[in-house]
Ligand binder design. Structure first.
Ligand SMILES: [Zn+2]
Length: 360
């Protein structure tokens, strides 16, 4: 897909990039808000027991919470109202988050030491708007728009991965008020982390240990095992396989893998991108039909880190909801929050049956 990319600067110096499928007017529109320069204060503190970094962003307390449609900062600008996006309309727009968890030149000086280490939260957080239509959702996008979104994620993954100190680029969408989404406008986020995240570190050490023991790739064998078992497959395509994992943790959880193992979105071929858009819309449509109202969800792209483990990792999407019934949410309580030990009352085979029934 031919993508037109136009980068501008917002009035406080943050970057905004339009991604268009064709030539569009207004990409030179200027941000007239005269915002003060962004001075995020982001700090990372190391937990030597859990061996993880925790991110602190004190400035995030000030961000807007569930603004009314008339105040939405992700809608296009109109004559009378300036938003984060200066153009009067847009297809896909990406910009640096005004309230980031990680930022390129934070004020924090850092603190050396083995037990109480801290450092600046250097990295980058971006917002990606999928459509200018405030009331739409990802599931409402056209297949070509989904592809444009993916092209934008590919661009951002490559560019952010080249920034000094960035170790991992993570693209995700949080959807639904129940999980703390502060903006209802359809959008996702991109985090460029200055460390390999705990989840990915654990994944890579599992893959390495499996490789040492068997001389085989863990993801290849796991996807083959799910394919052979067959009981948890939600949909099988020419290029992609969607299944509820054998040990799913969430009430409804689907993992989507390309048939050909690749490290990241940029490695996908045109036929894979084509079918991907169809699968994403299909799966999100099923999630929208699970309950009386569309399920809140998290859609998380797992990509290989920038520098390590690229030959072992397998790109995949993990889509899940914490809603377990029309009016019931799964809360991470004592077992989960206290011990990282998940409990569930729905067997993955049953939830896969249910998701299969919801095919259109
Ligand atoms: Zn909006």
């Amino acid at each position: 897909m031919a993508v037109r990319r136009t980068a501008i600067r917002l009035s406080d110096g943050r970057e905004l990039i339009y991604f268009d499928a064709g030539v569009q007017p207004g990409r030179d529109a200027v941000d007239r808000r005269a915002l003060p320069p962004a001075r995020p204060d982001c700090e990372l503190r190391y937990d030597p027991i859990q061996q993880t970094w925790v991110m602190y962003a004190a400035h995030r307390q000030d961000r807007s919470y569930l603004p009314s449609t008339a105040d939405c900062p992700l809608c296009p600008s109109t004559g009378g109202r300036q938003t984060e996006i200066p153009a009067a309309d847009y297809e896909v727009a990406v910009f640096e988050n005004r309230f980031p968890a990680l930022a390129p030149s934070p004020a924090h000086p850092g603190l050396a030491g083995e037990l109480l280490a801290a450092r600046p939260g250097a990295g980058r957080c971006e917002v990606i708007c999928f459509t200018s239509d405030h009331d739409a959702s990802f599931a409402d996008l056209s297949p070509s728009r989904v592809q444009l979104v993916t092209e934008a994620l590919i661009d951002r993954t490559a560019e952010l991965g080249r920034l000094p100190g960035v170790e991992q680029v993570y693209c995700f969408e949080n959807r639904g008020r129940e999980i703390g989404v502060t903006q209802p406008h359809p959008h996702g986020q991109i985090y460029a982390f200055p460390f390999v995240t705990p989840r990915t570190s654990r994944t890579l050490s599992s893959a390495r240990a499996y490789q040492r023991r068997t001389r085989r790739n863990l993801f290849d064998d796991l996807v083959a095992a799910e394919r052979a078992a067959g009981t948890r497959i939600v949909r099988e395509g020419r290029q992609w396989l969607a299944f509820v994992p054998h040990a799913a943790r969430w009430p409804y959880e689907v993992h989507l893998y390309p048939s050909r193992r690749v490290p990241d979105l940029a490695s996908l071929r045109p036929a894979e991108l084509d079918e991907l858009a169809d699968f994403q819309l299909d799966l999100l449509g099923r999630f929208a039909r699970l309950f009386a109202t569309p399920a809140p969800y998290i859609s998380a792209w797992h990509q290989a880190p920038v520098r390590v483990g690229r030959q072992d990792f397998a790109l995949h999407l993990e889509l899940f909801t914490m809603r377990r019934a029309d009016d019931k949410m799964k809360y991470l309580a004592g077992a989960e929050s206290g011990m990282d030990a998940f409990t569930s009352d729905a067997l993955p085979e049953r939830t896969a049956d249910r998701l299969r029934e919801l095919a259109k």
